[in-house]
Design a protein around this ligand. Structure first.
Ligand SMILES: *Cc1c(COP(=O)(O)O)cnc(C)c1O
Length: 454
């Protein structure tokens, strides 16, 4: 291929047909989830009220590769394979010798990487006769992805949207409703978990932890209803590996290997999806990229949280999972990257971070928006607030290359567009966006409520 390309495409026939499970390739497996009462490892049956058996088996699978069902591939093909962009104009604007590649996931129906897992989750639920899915949504991206996916298989969909984002992003709600979903602001008075939060703080901006409690509480007792989670769990990260598998093929086409891979981390799914296939290559000695997570400075679960067993939700309804956590009762400041406002990090990403296989850094939101504006001016795409963190980190890396003269290949995921996040850009342009300090006292208070295991 001539060296003047600005994007690398794959044919539909080149699309990977398997997801990659990183667990068998790790030097040791991640610690198991525990039952909140007995503190014993949980088994598949404990999860059956919440998830269909096909997804539970993927959650605990030790197979390296899992076939993507044909019915899922057919829907993936509505927008996949996705393009790998080369940010030549940004490179020029930064005057850097580095090459910057972005795997663009914003062309999906929901505008992010989330449909990569929403579609298989809806598919397996429909196959097992489930009628309705409940879920939470932070930025509205996951709720829209699941609304789209459930519409493909004729399932009902009920979404608890974090209050801060429900108010900031009314059009996300409309989008979910277009696909037939029922949307509630969270905390809501429809659940015991929501009512408890409202009683303590009637103006609560909500959090992903609270919204998860509400959705789980609604799914548990109803045999026709299951719950769907858009990040954090092993099977979600598994489904997202199609991103990295495609990117590997695309970089091979232009004969490049990444030196640095950066990804924004909320619950860890776009990061895991992009990076795990490259981690496989690294562990096998075929390449040696530095792999780095980027998180918001006001919700820094990897860089400032503790690695220990905690609940995935505020209401303590989920199993205990070992992860980097800021405490399940921590309510992050209302930064615009709603998808990054989660108290924990995927157990798998946390484990890999503990093993020293990946690094992490945190960045404040005004630096991220400045990076996004520079990116939009040079490359055209307006990023969602979450991947502005990845772009800011890529720019930091490219500027270091400018200092050192190194011609590094930088790869990141532009995991969503920001067309429904323009209110946050409006605030930034008006000079009204603030950085929140590291919330030390709030985090200490939340950490005091994390269970102490014997
Ligand atoms: C949900 C979301 C995130 C955060 O979730 P991860 O599981 O960490 O990927 C980041 N970016 C976008 C665009 C999202 O929709």
């Amino acid at each position: 291929m001539a060296d003047d390309y600005s994007k690398v495409l794959l044919d539909e026939s080149e699309m990977p047909t398997q997801w990659y499970n990183v667990i068998p390739d790790l030097p040791e497996p991640p610690p198991p989830p525990l039952h909140p009462g007995t503190h014993e490892p949980i088994g598949p049956d404990d999860l059956a009220p919440l998830f269909p058996m096909a997804l539970i088996m993927q959650e605990v699978s030790t197979d390296s590769y899992i076939d993507i069902p044909g019915e899922v591939l057919d829907i993936y093909k509505l927008w996949r394979p996705t393009p790998l962009l080369r940010a030549r104009r940004l490179e020029k604007a930064l005057d850097t010798p580095a090459k910057i590649f972005l795997k663009y996931e914003g062309g999906s129906p929901a505008g992010s990487h989330k449909p990569n897992t929403a579609v298989p989750q809806a598919f397996y639920n429909a196959q097992e006769g489930v009628k309705r899915l409940t879920t939470e949504t932070g930025a509205g991206q996951w709720g829209s992805a699941l609304a789209f996916a459930t519409a493909q298989y004729g399932l009902d969909c009920e979404v608890w949207q974090v209050r801060a984002s429900y108010d900031q992003k009314p059009y996300r709600k409309t989008m979910m409703e277009i696909w037939g979903a029922n949307v509630h602001p969270s905390p809501s008075d429809l659940t015991a978990a929501g009512r408890a939060v409202l009683a303590a703080d009637p103006d609560s901006p909500g959090s992903l932890g609270i919204a998860i409690s509400e959705a789980v509480e609604q799914a548990g007792p109803d045999p026709d209803t299951r719950y769907a989670l858009g990040s954090v769990l092993n099977h979600v990260l598994l489904h997202q590996t199609i991103i990295g598998e495609e990117a590997l093929l695309q970089l091979a086409k232009v004969e490049e290997t990444p030196d640095v891979l950066v990804g924004c981390t909320g619950g860890g799914s776009n990061f895991g999806g992009l990076s795990f296939p490259f981690l496989r290559e690294k562990l096998a000695g075929r390449m040696n990229p530095t792999i780095r997570c980027v998180e918001p400075a006001s919700c820094p679960s990897l860089t400032r949280g503790e690695y220990r067993y905690d609940f995935g939700d505020t209401g303590q309804l989920t199993p205990l999972v070992k992860m980097h956590t800021l405490g399940h009762s921590f309510v992050p400041d209302p930064i615009h990257a709603g998808g990054l406002r989660y108290h924990g990090m995927a157990p798998l990403v946390s484990h890999i971070y503990e093993l020293g296989l990946v690094e992490a850094e945190s960045i404040h939101q005004t630096e991220c928006f400045a990076a996004a504006i520079q990116f939009a001016k040079s490359e055209g795409i307006v990023p969602a607030p979450e991947p502005t963190h990845a772009i800011a980190a890529a720019i930091r890396e490219a500027l270091r290359c400018k200092e050192s003269g190194e011609e590094k290949v930088i790869l990141t995921a532009l995991c969503g567009h920001g067309h429904l996040d323009l209110a946050s850009y409006e605030q930034y342009l008006a000079g009204q966006l603030v950085d929140y300090d590291y919330p030390e006292e709030k985090i200490s208070a939340a950490m005091a409520q994390v269970p102490v295991l014997g």
